[in-house]
Ligand binder design. Sequence first.
Ligand code: PAZ
Length: 309
Amino acid sequence: MSQWEKFYSSYPPPNDYNSSLKKISAFCEIHKDKKIVLITSGGTAVPLEHNTVRFVDNFSAGTRGSASAEYFLQTGYAVIFMHRQGSLEPYARHFKGQELLELLEVVQNETGETQVKVQDSSIHKVLPILKMYETVKSEGRLIKIPFVNLPDYLWLLKGAAEVFSKAGENVMLYLAAAVSDFYIPPNEMSEHKIQSRDGALVISLHLVPKILQPLVNAWVPNAFVISFKLETDESILISKARAALEKYKHKLVIGNILQTRKQRVVMVTTDSSYDLIVTPDEMKAGLEIDKKIVDEVVNLHELFIKGTF
Ligand code: PAZ
């Protein structure tokens, strides 16, 4: 049994597994004549106990995934947004926390009725986003599939890939989620809340089997698979990205550094690497690096479909 087969056999699929796959399958059928992208977004939680009180998590807010989803939708793609529950989502990301409340005001209309309206000074912000959201919604071009923990994420990705297995080059996988490399196998996990009275906690985290291996080579051999690589040490970013390409045989790794991920990424193929950058002035004007990434990736997908990438 391979490492990832062992992994899957030790966890049941998530409760909503079958309904999520039915949703993805119906979505793919409706949009079979379009380009479809599955975006993964946000971080995965790794439980420390079966009755989970504590888990290991990471920094990912889901900005990359949710912003990219909007730009793919703008170019006409149908988008399956597989995201960590509670992380940023397309369109809604513009109105985080208190922000929505700041945009609204209570007014009385001419007949004295109390109404809620968007403040005049905020209409220029709300209107374009609302219009894009309504268009996408009316066209049914976006579905969202939430996950919380690592096993659920891996089950859903495998299930989605099985749905795509019949699809061809029109399907893209844009794997922006920050997926844990480490986990505790269920048979080594405490049943109940780990007690502090037992002293300092020593846990041994095992390596998560690399899902890209079966994904690229067995489950979706025809799809355009893009993985992301996050590092904090610039000197190893490109070599690690290239090692992933050599190992898994997909076409493109997008590398980024934790602190500069919103200003710069490096596009790494088997024989080239080049930067995409947003300048401070572009940022001030509201341009997001995710727009540049998606524009580039959409062009590469077109070449991939033609067999020239
Ligand atoms: O979610 P976010 O916008 O805060 O961060 C995005 C990111 C850095 C998680 C993403 O660009 C990425 O590199 N994902 C892959 C991480 C990795 O497994 O190396």
